[in-house]
Design a protein around this ligand. Sequence first.
Ligand code: M7G
Length: 334
Amino acid sequence: MAECVRDNAAMPELKKHKANGSGDGDGDGDGGAAETPPSRFNLGSFRLEKILRGSARDKTVFVHGKVGEDCGDDQDAVIILEKTPFREETLPQLLNKNADLRLQMQNDIYSTHHLHAPSALNEIKTTVVYPATEKHIKKYLQQEMYLINETADDYKNITAPYLQSQSFSIQWVYNILEKKAEADRIIHEHPDPKNGFILIPDFKWNQKQVDDLYVIAIAHRRGVKSLRDLTAEHLPMLQTILQEGQMAIFKRYNVPKSRLRIYLHYQPSYYHLHVHFTAVGYDAPGTMVERAHLLSSVIDNLQLEPEYYQKQTLTFALKADDPLLQKFKEEGRL
Ligand code: M7G
């Protein structure tokens, strides 16, 4: 049997490495491959276990694997691969006389080809979650969905106690707020601890084209877990996020507020208040009616009824094997 040698190069280094995100951070929208540091994640130590989900339409695949030398204490990792959108400014590099274009078939005026693009234009956006928890693996696994109508009592008796013990770690959020990670990616900050926030590119966005713009605002204030906790008391914070977020995105990316979809998720994955800003023409994941709540409507609702979100029944979808779904079943609420 081969000697079991631990490969420590796979991750501890990645934790120390200052998170730089996938954009090159220089804001010039170029490939930036030469300027960005090579990853510390060693793909050589990754062993594929299972495809969790894939989409031919979105050109994405979510895979679960093990990292280590098969010593029995290997850790789980989730890797997300996504082909990136085309960019107008790099099209001349694809469509020119030197292009490596191979014919697949020809019929009358129709023909299909294989175009072998230069490697710099063939990048795959790669997101690594390591070490991944069971909850991360489930988050990305394709499953049947069930709708829950959560009353105010359901929240108090079922959801809130469950969340207390089961939520994802929000260390990454604190790292951003404390400038321990992604500090060089901050687009805008309003530093007030009560009403302030940090605006930063979502890690789903490669920042190379605004068609799929995805930015998040993370509240400085701690202890506001989600939409459910919001009351009229939070209106100044929400208004600041809305107005300054819109202005900062216009200033940085030249995208006006009328081209932005600005919303909160309920349920979110991470229970620290944050707001999503996406390009209105982009079919961003998580914009379904049972999950996305427009920030402008949230503000209106709180102006009309200060305790709207404490009283309102909220609907959301849960995956078949979500333990929260099980709790709703046990309480006869499904
Ligand atoms: P959510 O509604 O809590 O959950 O949103 P979702 O992931 O199910 O949508 C959290 C948002 O934060 C998502 O849009 C994530 O893509 C984004 N996000 C998550 N992490 C771990 C990071 C991170 O480390 N950095 C950045 N910049 N964004 C992240």
